[in-house]
Ligand binder design. Sequence first.
Ligand code: ADP
Length: 265
Amino acid sequence: GTEIHLRVRVAPLGNRFMLVLAADRTEEMRLDGVRRDFVANVSHELKTPIGAISVLSEAIEAAAADPERVRSFAQRMQLEADRLARMTKALIDLSRIQSDDPLDHAERVPIARVVEVAVDRNRVLAESKRMRVLPRVLDEVDVLGSEELITMAVQNLVANAVQYSPEATHVGIGVRAADGIVEIAVTDNGVGIAPEDLERVFERFYRVDPARSRVTGGTGIGLSIVKHVAASHGGEITLWSRPDQGSTFTLRLPIAGTTAPKEKA
Ligand code: ADP
């Protein structure tokens, strides 16, 4: 598949910070190192839930006479197994999309539909936190590429916006087009991201607060998928954030060219 490297730039602007990731297909060498790190990271990340499951199963054996404790250990074991399942799925998704160039078999993808599906897939999660996700589609345009991947990217951004926000707040999704680019901006009023973490949140497995992410079931892979989807569609992902006030993740993708009507002879 096509290898893509992302250039990272963090620019301070007043007391806000912006992170720009731009696709750069020329720096392929660094990827060998990234791939080696990947194997090391995966082993490390998988060891945590596997270790927990092992410890918990021993605890269940030792507590056999106490049904209350057995039940509590079994429940925790189930949580760890669920997490392991989610991580494995996310890793398989990531490796599957990275081995494929979505532009090889591109389809016209209506962004309005992408947003609708992404909101829909987060409905239960949002309702569990009494939150509303409010899309505002100003321009209805198409992008060339994989509908599945673009939807997965927007869905991940919305899931994060909900996940990292206090209950009963709102998430906005703004879609607008200008100069051949469509901008999909997902804004929350949540915990925000500190300037020193901006650059790192797009890295595989990076979580600002691993303890919190474990509770919410995070895998640390969602934003790597978003980054890859942006780059492989010739787009970019940018991030604005202010700790304790919120974040805006903006996905920019090139709009599909309109076919000029054929002239009759
Ligand atoms: P995770 O599964 O942990 O959410 P991601 O790759 O999607 O993994 O995100 C990586 C980290 O970036 C998260 O653990 C969180 O610390 C931070 N993050 C992502 N989105 C947001 C957001 N909208 N607000 C605050 N922090 C966020």
